[in-house]
Design a protein around this ligand. Structure first.
Ligand SMILES: Cc1cc2nc3c(=O)[nH]c(=O)nc-3n(C[C@H](O)[C@H](O)[C@H](O)COP(=O)(O)OP(=O)(O)OC[C@H]3O[C@@H](n4cnc5c(N)ncnc54)[C@H](O)[C@@H]3O)c2cc1C
Length: 306
């Protein structure tokens, strides 16, 4: 299954650059059935709840151009610099929301071209700059430690690059007119002025409108924090069956990881085929392999109540 999926991925990557882009929006939602009261005791409601606040639901007081893209590092024309004072000089501040690949790249690039710039990165999760692509391999145990997925430890950014990386801190609102962000986290709530703002908050998994998706035992495969919770559950040995919703790359990688962990897996896909972004003959090879290891339901949408 791994070889067929890898072949499919390599072929598509070689023929279509759109595939790489669409990988950003791929997502899988997974429902785990467990025996016993383990789930209750772990209490994994997490972000699987349709009602839970999205990581991207920042509120913006006013949408200004400065609020979407990095527009320069010297402050914005027409706006007073909000940065702090250093050695009697006004220093511009770049604020980045999101410590993923995009956010940390932007912060590091800005630091390189503007050594005096004040750079602050807000990341709601416990980790920054990690390879999400490795999450399924962490779930399956091929990658034994979550930390192995980090491209760099936080100290690389804080100490070596002089980037003020604030983990466990969510930006809740942006006041673009005043050039302020409002955050909440372990240290309480706070606001901070910026000259330039980069919003790099990534994508959000789609959750089908099924009642009960806020129950424990339902995960999205989208962050290392959530993967750690799920892996904790898997290693207890109490998970017997899992349903993976979505037969895109991430769904299939997750299904493979679970099969390798000895779990009975069912894959549910709304389309009549797997891997909707690759050519049909390749998808067919993957389907055959998948059916050898899982129960596959194509053209089906989860419904009813979880
Ligand atoms: C399981 C999985 C496997 C993947 N495999 C591949 C692959 O093999 N090849 C490939 O090319 N791509 C792959 N991808 C896609 C790839 O991971 C994404 O394209 C990439 O992570 C996008 O980077 P980003 O920085 O834009 O967003 P993200 O990596 O999502 O980073 C956004 C960050 O912003 C944080 N954030 C969101 N809202 C807030 C807020 N309000 N305040 C503070 N922080 C916030 C989030 O916690 C997150 O850390 C995979 C993705 C997943 C989930």
């Amino acid at each position: 299954m791994a070889r067929a999926a890898a072949r499919a991925r390599a072929t598509t990557a070689a023929t279509s650059s759109r595939t790489v882009l669409s990988a950003c929006s791929l997502r899988a939602l997974m429902h785990i059935s467990v025996t016993g009261p383990v789930i209750d005791s772990i209490g994994l409601a997490g972000r699987a709840s349709p009602g839970s606040s999205s990581r991207q639901d920042l509120t913006t007081a006013e949408v200004l151009p400065a609020c979407s893209l990095m527009t320069g590092v010297d402050g914005l024309a027409g706006y007073p610099a909000a940065g702090n004072r250093r050695r009697g000089q006004q220093v511009a501040r770049l604020v980045v929301i999101g410590g993923g690949a995009a956010g940390m790249s932007a912060a590091s690039a800005a630091r390189r071209v503007a050594p005096d710039l004040d750079v602050v990165v807000y990341e709601v999760g416990s980790f920054a700059a990690y390879g999400m692509c490795g999450i399924p391999y962490f779930l399956g145990g091929t990658v034994p430690r979550a930390e192995s997925l980090l491209a760099y430890p936080p100290s690389e950014f804080r100490v070596k690059r002089g980037i003020d990386l604030r983990l466990h801190t969510r930006v809740d609102a942006i006041d673009a007119a005043r050039h302020q962000v409002y955050s909440s986290g372990e240290g309480g709530t706070a606001s901070l002025g910026y000259d330039t703002l980069v919003v790099a908050t990534g994508a959000e998994p789609v959750r089908p409108p099924i009642p009960g998706l806020d129950q424990p035992g339902i995960f999205t495969i989208r962050s290392l924090d959530e993967a750690i919770e799920l892996r904790r559950l898997l290693v207890t040995g109490t998970v017997r069956r899992a349903i993976v919703v979505g037969a895109g790359y991430i769904g299939l990688e997750t299904a493979e990881a679970l099969v390798c962990a000895g779990i009975e897996v069912e894959v549910v896909e709304a389309l009549p085929r797997v891997l909707g972004t690759v050519d049909e003959p390749i998808a067919e090879l993957v389907r055959e392999e998948l059916e050898r290891h899982t129960r596959l339901r194509l053209g089906a949408t989860p419904s009813g109540r979880v």
